[in-house]
Write a new protein. Structure first.
Length: 224
């Protein structure tokens, strides 16, 4: 299937390193990050899984659950986890799906639906499209999707930055500008009229152009 932003993501049941899960039920009222890997014991993914484990407290602060996926059986994940701990200083502390039957990879459009067989005999190269980050909201809708090549490690600080933006803009009638970081100015969304914006932002705004209305981030104290 082809997933688009705003779609309700497919539900599924899967075996993980922390037992069986039903994705939507497991997510509950939390946000979620599902990030996938084409094969166990691959170098770039080894660094990613370890770094995500060290960064997990930051996701916890934001009410975001982490779920990994690798196209190999769960039984192999334990051996890989030890390698990750040894080389990266932290083993995965979040569930990792064993997608040996390729079911989730196909369900989420990372492999063709007519892909035959199982993970056995497949290589990282044949699974290279299984390197995607999906951010899912509590409403089970897709908020972000980024696909990476095998040679480029993912920047999970950027994923956190986007989640900060998503959570802020879900709560307030604003958008975040280029390279925005938490605490910086934001933009009033065009769908809000000036009349309604005066009610939502009584302190006013800067407007270099009528369609570009800049205000401090809601909830951040303004000095002066």
């Amino acid at each position: 299937m082809s997933l688009r932003l705003g779609d309700v993501v497919p539900d599924f049941s899967a075996q993980t390193t922390e037992g069986p899960i039903h994705f939507h039920r497991w997510l509950g009222d939390s946000w979620g990050v599902l990030f996938s890997h084409p094969k166990n014991f691959t170098p770039v993914c080894t660094t990613e899984l370890g770094y995500m484990a060290r960064l997990k407290p930051e996701f916890d602060k934001r009410n975001v659950k982490i779920l990994g996926l690798s196209v190999d059986p769960v039984a192999d994940h334990a051996r890989w986890a030890e390698d990750i701990r040894e080389t990266q200083g932290q083993a995965p502390n979040y569930p990792l799906i064993g997608d040996a039957d390729l079911a989730v990879s196909k369900l989420y459009g990372m492999l063709d639906a007519d892909t035959e067989g199982t993970s056995q005999g497949r290589t990282a190269a044949t699974n290279q499209t299984v390197r995607t980050v999906f951010v899912v909201g509590p409403d089970k809708k897709l908020k972000l999707m980024i696909a990476y090549p095998m040679t480029t490690g993912r920047n999970f600080h950027e994923v956190l930055r986007v989640i900060d933006s998503l959570q802020l803009t879900a709560a307030h009638k604003v958008a975040t500008p280029v390279n925005w970081k938490p605490g910086e100015d934001v933009i009033i969304v065009p769908a809000i009229s000036d009349e309604d914006a005066k009610k939502a932002f009584p302190e006013g705004w800067r407007a270099p152009k009528p369609y570009l209305r800049i205000v401090p981030q809601p909830g951040v104290a303004v000095n002066g």
